[in-house]
Design a protein around this ligand. Structure first.
Ligand code: BMA
Length: 386
């Protein structure tokens, strides 16, 4: 694959030089941390970077699996029913992946998930995967606060068990295929929100060295040992409404191990002055530029959207107040938990009939924000010419 990719890029450079392409931007093809990444993965990496300069893509967690008032109905999406388009980015979750379970911790069936990932990709959408990984020692949930990282590092007692989980994940990624058989690129976001202390890999649970070792091992094992080449790696500390801002890079695994500089933040979009958050997003954009990475607001939202103008009064100004913040590649709001199943309100995108729905439509119509039906081709390098 490496040779094939290089030959392809060589031809592309040659063609572009010959055809006298004026914009230098078009001549640059960056490789992600996986030099053997599939052609589609390299294209996605470059196209995301380029598109980020002018647009912010909108994403939603579990969008196709269920919504506020429905469950696993083909073609449905709360976002589409409110805005007229599917989201540009689809977030998925593989928590509870450890044993032979058929569904994740939110009851989304893994086989169905593969189908929805294919559907979104075939429409041109972008896929990101998070992992609320179970506790490797206690077998509890990811919210089990017992420190767990030291036990799974190379040489430690649970290392082999942990590798089996990664093996299973590697198999899962190789089942994600487009209709022509090509592997679907995935923005993989493991060990998220480690600056908070609510997961077993969290701030209080883990030393810098442990976290960095875990991250690097995961990349090297998946990429080099398992030969998984359709992943881009997303680092996503939790900003906690600015409180962890200075901590962003404390446990950073290094530029050789990260493709996307993400940030999770719920508090900053819940009544905080958008200008302050915008400055932090601007910082993230600058940091990403300096390191030649992709900046993203990898998780956000306000549960229940109590402000009916939340989309235009809170979220949009978070990108607009500081013009530099417009350089964020994508923003993903969390899931629309099914009310009947959960027996509570747990949604982060508007659904039809909710008071915030008209405002989400206004947000969708803003030039800065891109939904699926406005996406250029993300999986071919030609898209750079558009
Ligand atoms: C959390 C909540 C939980 C869910 C988990 C993983 O933030 O939405 O209900 O189980 O994410 O999706």
């Amino acid at each position: 694959m490496k040779t094939v990719s290089y030959i392809l890029f060589g031809l592309l450079f040659f063609f572009m030089e010959c055809s006298n392409v004026s914009d230098n931007e078009q001549l640059k093809v960056d490789l992600p941390i996986d030099e053997n990444a599939t052609t589609e993965t390299v294209a996605l990496y470059n196209n995301l970077k380029l598109l980020a300069k002018t647009k912010v893509l909108y994403g939603h967690q579990d969008d196709l699996a269920y919504g506020y008032s429905w469950w696993a109905e083909s073609g449905r999406s709360d976002v589409k029913e409110v805005t007229g388009s599917y989201p540009a980015v689809y977030g998925w979750e593989i928590g509870d992946f450890r044993q032979d379970v058929e569904a994740n911790l939110d009851r989304v069936n893994f086989e169905s998930m593969k189908g929805w990932i294919n559907e979104g990709y075939e429409r041109g959408g972008i896929i990101t995967l998070a992992w609320h990984m179970n506790h490797p020692v206690t077998d509890g949930s990811s919210w089990d606060k017992t420190p767990g990282v030291a036990a799974i590092l190379p040489g430690a007692e649970q290392h082999e068990k942990f590798k089996k989980w990664l093996d299973k994940f590697a198999d899962f990624t190789q089942d994600l295929k487009g209709n022509d058989g090509e592997l679907i690129p995935v923005l993989f976001r493991p060990y998220h929100e480690h600056t908070g202390s609510w997961f077993w890999w969290g701030e209080e649970q883990t030393t810098v060295e442990e976290y960095v070792t875990l991250w690097r091992f995961t990349v090297e094992y998946l990429r080099d040992t398992k030969g998984v080449h359709n992943l881009l790696y997303v680092y996503s500390p939790d900003n906690q409404a600015g409180r962890e801002f200075d901590n962003y890079l404390t446990k950073y695994p290094g530029d050789e191990y990260v493709d996307v500089l993400g940030m999770d933040d719920y508090g900053s979009v819940n009544g905080r002055n958008p200008a302050d958050f915008s400055n932090e997003l601007a910082w993230l954009v600058e940091e990403a530029e300096r390191r030649n990475k992709i900046p993203a607001l990898s998780e956000t939202g306000v549960e229940g959207i109590p402000n009916p103008k939340w989309w235009t009064e809170q979220l949009a100004p978070s990108f607009e107040s500081n013009p530099k913040a417009k350089g964020i590649a994508y923003v993903l709001t969390w899931r629309n938990g099914n009310k009947e199943l959960l027996q509570r309100e747990h949604f982060y995108a508007s659904y039809p009939g909710h008071p915030s729905a008209p405002d989400m439509k206004v947000f969708r119509d803003m030039d800065l924000f891109v939904f699926e039906d406005e996406l250029p081709a993300m999986y071919t390098l030609e898209a750079k010419n558009k």
